[in-house]
Design a protein around this ligand. Structure first.
Ligand SMILES: Nc1ncnc2c1ncn2[C@@H]1O[C@H](COP(=O)(O)OP(=O)(O)OP(=O)(O)O)[C@@H](O)[C@H]1O
Ligand SMILES: [Mg+2]
Length: 238
């Protein structure tokens, strides 16, 4: 795949839950080594978009392509093997399992180099090494978010999707999480994240899309979005 081809291409995607039209013809692209952010209020469709990309929902219409191949009818577990991963809203760590067991779960479909992957994850998240034998429920919110991201990294992803990483975290911890996202991007990871915390997300992203009730209402470079008057008043509180 050439560097200038999208790693992820979503075209005209529509998803419904019964009568509720959660996505109404959404198109987005993510290029290798980008951080792209989906900005949207509650109910805009961020989680639906990310989970549909992963293969957890059947679209009514539209396509999802990953590395040039259609994946919109491929089940999520197969997409994870192909290099997609989703760090879910609310972290999704197994509270009564230890940190190390949560991490190893992330590598379950490819355990042969698990020790190497574990060592690398501990380098990036020293706090998780320190806490490796603690059960996850004893971690702070920020540590749980780190564990959730670290577990995703154990699957050797080509695209990491993170659904609202900053939700419920204190501002200083939010900074830590965005620093980690920036660091992972510098390490070469491609990242698609959703956020209501638009200011910090746009500060760390290259490009973004604004989702409003299932539609992309605006897209562009992070700088462009940050200076847009509509984005400023609706999402940046300016
Ligand atoms: N399982 C479901 N069944 C029915 N409706 C759903 C379901 N999941 C989401 N919806 C509806 O679909 C729309 C989009 O929801 P979604 O969770 O994707 O939004 P979101 O942008 O992630 O919101 P939030 O910021 O609150 O997480 C909303 O109207 C929501 O009520
Ligand atoms: Mg959501």
């Amino acid at each position: 795949m050439a560097q200038n081809e999208a790693i992820l291409k979503v075209t005209d995607l529509s998803v419904s839950y019964g009568q509720i039209k959660a996505l109404k013809g959404v198109s987005i692209e993510v290029f290798p080594k980008e951080i792209v952010v989906l900005i949207g209020a509650n109910g805009a469709g961020k989680t639906t978009l990310l989970s549909t990309i992963l293969g957890l929902n059947n679209p009514v219409s539209g396509t999802v392509e990953f590395e040039g191949r259609r994946i919109d009818t491929v089940p999520a577990d197969k997409n994870v093997r192909a290099g997609l991963c989703l760090v879910p809203e609310g972290r999704g760590v197994f509270a009564s399992m230890t940190v190390i067991d949560n991490l190893l779960l992330g590598a379950h479909h490819n355990i042969h180099d698990k020790d190497k992957k574990l060592a690398r994850v501990y380098e990036w998240f020293p706090i998780l090494k320190k806490r490796k034998d603690q059960v996850a429920k004893t971690l702070s919110g920020g540590e749980r978010q780190m564990l959730s991201i670290a577990r995703a990294l154990m699957s050797k992803p080509k695209l990491i999707m993170v659904d609202e990483p900053s939700i419920g975290l204190a501002p200083i911890v939010v900074n830590d999480i965005f620093n980690i996202i920036t660091m992972l991007n510098k390490e070469g990871y491609t990242i698609l994240l959703s956020e209501q915390n638009a200011y910090k997300a746009l500060k760390c992203a290259h490009r973004g899309y604004v989702l409003e009730t299932g539609n992309v209402s605006l897209s562009g470079s992070a700088n462009h979005l940050m200076s847009d008057p509509g984005v400023k008043s609706a999402y940046l509180g300016v």
